[in-house]
Design a protein around this ligand. Structure first.
Ligand code: IPM
Ligand code: MG
Length: 350
């Protein structure tokens, strides 16, 4: 019996459905080459659906996703919908509802021509950001109170010991598995004293990872060093908000939003994989968006469901496609979405 995996597919809005379809085409090739199969259940949640019917994803729907091993997600966001409402319902709904506490965001420069940094080799940009994904100012707590000049907006930046411990431990394990075995904590403990808790837990847990070297950096400095000296970074661990910001910067130095992928992970449980880019409504339906973010997300998904070899092959195909310039570029319109998928699928096999 060939191995089989149950997947959920949420294309979402804008370019989401087209880049997801492109990734599934690569999945077809990987299945043939590595002899496994998947069942794919599509779910229709999107901002467009909310605008048209008022229907939004709810806790029951999210619970229903637990029967799948993984979710491939496109993008969500529609200019007709109220700002952030559906994004939060779906993205935070999944992250909180499935307790996807790790947001894993590799920053890998597949080909030197893609970076805006001057005089950089591909090997100079090869890091992975472990972003905490369930706490911080992202918990939706807080309010705007008062009126007129007395209006006040307050949102708590909330971290729990178990919340920090699990992400820091995950990051040390990950760092240990990488050749350089180095982990950098990124926080703002100088200006935000409650972040001292991150420093303490980082050192406590670090003490039992003697083979992993570690350092800590404030987020402003980290942003500067990512541009000036990216080669010093291997594995990074950081808060939800800082991770959000730093990984857009990371995407930029690796070639832009057209390439960056991420995994929203609860190890061993149903997890969600998505390109970092949004729904890009102005390119929707034209078949011009780069599917490499979604294909990169597929590579991470494959590793999550135990198809490591297939995941590695997909990632290699992305790299080879870019280095050989069979994949022309990452900007919208550089090449048809389907053509890029075809190139990657052919490089994957059989
Ligand atoms: C991301 C996105 C989301 C976030 C938005 C869409 C809510 O920017 O996944 O990085 O802030 O987490
Ligand atoms: Mg973001």
């Amino acid at each position: 019996m060939p191995r089989s995996h149950s997947l959920a597919v949420i294309g979402g809005d804008g370019i989401g459905p087209e880049v997801t379809r492109a990734a599934l085409r690569v999945l077809d090739a990987a299945e043939v080459r590595f002899r496994f199969s998947t069942s794919r259940t599509e779910y229709p949640w999107s901002s467009a659906r909310y605008v048209e019917s008022g229907e939004r994803i709810g806790p029951k729907d999210i619970d229903g996703l637990r029967k799948h091993e993984a979710i491939l997600f496109g993008a969500v966001g529609d200019p007709r919908a109220p700002r952030g409402v559906v994004e939060r319902a779906i993205i935070f709904g999944l992250r909180q509802g499935l307790d996807l506490y790790v947001n894993l965001r590799p920053v890998v420069l597949y080909d030197m021509r893609l970076t805006p940094l001057r005089d950089r080799q591909a090997a100079d940009v090869d890091m992975v950001v472990v972003r905490e994904n369930t706490e911080d100012v992202y918990t939706q707590a807080g309010a705007i109170t008062g009126t007129g000049k007395d209006e006040v907006a307050v949102a708590p930046m909330r971290f729990t010991r178990p919340g920090i411990e699990r992400i820091v431990r995950y990051a040390f394990e990950l760092a240990r598995s990488r050749p350089r075995k180095h982990l950098t904590l990124v926080d703002k403990a100088n200006a935000i004293p409650v972040q001292e808790l991150w420093r303490r837990i980082f050192d406590e847990i670090g003490a039992s990872f003697a083979d992993v070297t570690r350092d800590a950096m404030y987020v402003d400095a980290a942003a500067m060093w990512m541009v000036q000296k990216p080669e010093q970074f291997d594995t990074l661990v950081t808060t939800n908000l800082f991770g959000d910001i730093l990984t857009d910067l990371g995407a930029a130095i690796a070639g832009g939003m057209g390439i960056a992928a991420s995994g929203n992970i609860n190890p061993g449980k149903t997890s969600m994989f998505e390109p970092i880019h949004g729904s890009a409504p102005k390119y929707a339906g034209q078949g011009v968006a780069s599917p490499l973010g979604a294909i990169g997300a597929l590579a991470m998904l494959l590793r999550h469901v135990g198809e490591r070899e297939a995941g590695d092959a997909v990632e290699r195909a992305i790299r080879d496609g870019l280095r050989s310039e069979l994949i022309v570029g990452l900007e919208a319109g550089a090449q048809r979405t389907d053509d890029v998928a075809q190139v990657v699928a052919e490089l994957v096999g059989p």
